[in-house]
Design a protein around this ligand. Structure first.
Ligand code: GLC
Length: 547
């Protein structure tokens, strides 16, 4: 059976603020992206996920939307967006937009109206509750970005819920009028020719029953995967996506594997695929904050991703990622961004592109972009990072150097420094000083240098995408782990009735013997110059046939 288009292609994620600035104001924009269409096409990708480009006061860089149908002026106009859409489509690349519908901006007209009076027509489009008996917040939920998840609003003497910043009030999916308007808005984007939505924290939309004063049991995790989530997603599918071939991609932190499999079951899907968070949560201890890093080990990563590979069989579907705009850079986190930067970046790209699911390459990972180490907190921009700084140096009482060390490891800004196009000033990203400073390593690590070097991560990524696209077993074959115990090698195969492929990854900086049965297989692609048949060099990644 033919697979749907979104199972067959490789996706590329664009964070527009940091991709390319066409008009010299230091902020990436739509025309900047359009100017790089041939570069995107040259990768061999089939889908772009565009992070939010809608009107926003930018408290959370566009994830706080004040008008779902207007383009953020910093990014351009609707005409610019149409030119981008057409340019992608002309190159056979689909365009997936971000849908941020768990919350809006507090500057959205809906919220402005909602907060005016308890009997406002849109009061119940958001989640308002009276104060607790002591006048404090209704319960003790803490927001993801730090501090209470409730904000008092003097105009009506009630609190509103915000799971993220206080400028991101949560929308109330229990309101039929809200859902009707939301779905109508989505249909208007569908009519504009988009190819799908990536849905921000979509498993937070169904809040638990009886939310309000004094229900402190269980904390905010109770907002995850709420009972009515299935109903809302089913209704959305009917109202917006029926009869289309658009893709729906959920961002679903804290969604258990069994539920993810059920929700993406191709026989009756509520979403076509989802991003889980288990592998990006491996480097902090359970219960500890994300800033309290513990080492990321290959065996833990292997166990987690293998569990999701097996667990989504036979009818579910994974979105695959090692980095995105919310995570540190993959090469710095799972690889070695020092001596083995090229080798480990290409190894990680091999992993991403040879697992079962739809791989998402985050902008810059195809040239091995690494974490930044800014000297001062004043160089950071992300609201989560800046709040964490206050918490680490305040409540936690850490000195500045210790707090900065923690932030350098985990800040979302690691992924948000400008795309490194060349060694020109500002990394070739902009004619002006960018909104966030580039990583100073851009002089050596950039697209222009990578184009000129046949061994670069970029050229290897292109070869790998071509291999995946030309090898049915890599696109749709079942995953099977070949050795669950090896301390350094991750060995797996992908098999379908169309063939078999073996992937051998050396997650260490020492040479490792390859099991004899694998040493006999022909090599389809390696990231190493002189591969030895029976060993894998430091951070070597080898794709073995027969295909
Ligand atoms: C998602 C986004 C993240 C944003 C948050 C709130 O996790 O990826 O960037 O801050 O939702 O919208």
């Amino acid at each position: 059976m033919d697979q749907p288009w979104w199972k067959r292609c490789v996706a590329y994620q664009i964070y527009p603020r940091s991709f390319c600035d066409s008009n010299g104001d230091g902020v990436g924009d739509l025309r900047g992206i359009t100017s790089k269409l041939d570069y995107l096409a040259s990768l061999g990708i089939g889908m772009v996920w565009l992070c939010p480009v809608y009107a926003s006061p930018n408290d959370d860089n566009g994830y706080d939307i004040s008008d779902y149908e207007a383009i953020q002026p910093d990014f351009g106009t609707l005409e610019d967006w149409i030119a981008l859409r057409d340019g992608l489509h002309a190159r056979g690349i689909r365009l997936v937009m971000d849908l941020v519908a768990n919350h809006s901006s507090d500057e959205h007209a809906w919220f402005v109206e909602s907060r005016t009076a308890k009997d406002s027509g849109k009061r119940d489009w958001y989640i308002w509750r009276p104060p607790a008996a002591d006048g404090g917040p209704p319960n003790d939920w803490q927001s993801v970005f730090g501090g209470p998840a409730w904000e008092y609003d003097a105009a009506t003497g009630e609190y509103y819920l915000h799971l993220f910043s206080k400028k991101q009030p949560d929308l109330n999916w229990e309101s039929t009028a809200f859902r009707t308007e939301l779905f109508a808005m989505m249909r208007r984007w569908v009519a504009l020719g988009i190819d799908g939505f990536r849905m921000d924290v979509i498993n937070l939309i169904a809040k638990p029953d009886g939310l309000g004063a004094g229900d402190n049991e269980g904390g905010m995790d109770r907002a995850l995967n709420g009972p009515r989530m299935r109903d809302y997603l089913a209704e959305m599918r009917r109202e917006v996506f029926a009869g289309t071939d658009l893709v729906t991609i959920g961002e679903t932190p804290g969604m258990p594997l069994e539920l993810a499999r059920e929700i993406t079951d191709e026989r009756a899907p509520l979403l076509d695929m989802q991003f889980h968070f288990e592998h990006v949560d491996l480097d902090h201890a359970p219960g500890a904050s994300k800033w309290d890093s513990t080492p990321m080990t290959m065996p833990a990563l292997r166990a987690t991703l293998s569990r999701w590979q097996d667990g989504m069989e036979p009818h579910g579907w994974n979105s695959l990622y090692l980095g995105n705009h919310d995570q540190p850079r993959a090469v710095s986190r799972y690889g070695d961004d020092g001596r083995y930067r090229r080798e480990s970046a290409t190894l990680l790209m091999t992993l991403l592109l040879t697992l079962k699911g739809t791989p998402f390459i985050y902008q810059g990972d195809e040239i091995g972009m690494a974490n930044v180490a800014f000297d001062s907190i004043t160089d950071y921009r992300d609201i989560e990072t800046l709040n964490a700084w206050l918490w680490l140096t305040g409540t936690r009482g850490l000195d500045a150097a210790s707090a900065l060390a923690m932030i350098r490891k985990k800040s979302r800004d690691n992924a948000r420094t400008p795309m490194q196009w060349s060694a020109a000033p500002n990394a070739g990203f902009s004619a002006a000083a960018p909104w966030i400073a580039p990583n100073p390593d851009y002089t050596g690590h950039n697209v222009a240098a990578a184009e000129a070097d046949p061994d670069s991560v970029l050229h290897y990524t292109r070869r790998l995408i071509a291999l995946r696209q030309g090898t049915p077993a890599l696109r749709s074959g079942r995953y099977r782990l070949l050795d669950a115990e090896h301390p350094a090698l991750w060995l797996y195969e992908r098999t379908s009735e169309m063939g078999r492929c073996v992937v051998a990854l050396n997650f260490s900086d020492t040479t490792q013997p390859l099991p004899p049965a694998l040493a006999e297989l022909p090599c389809l692609l390696t990231n190493h110059h002189n591969p030895a048949a029976d060993t894998l060099a430091a951070w070597e990644a080898r794709n073995l046939g027969p295909a």
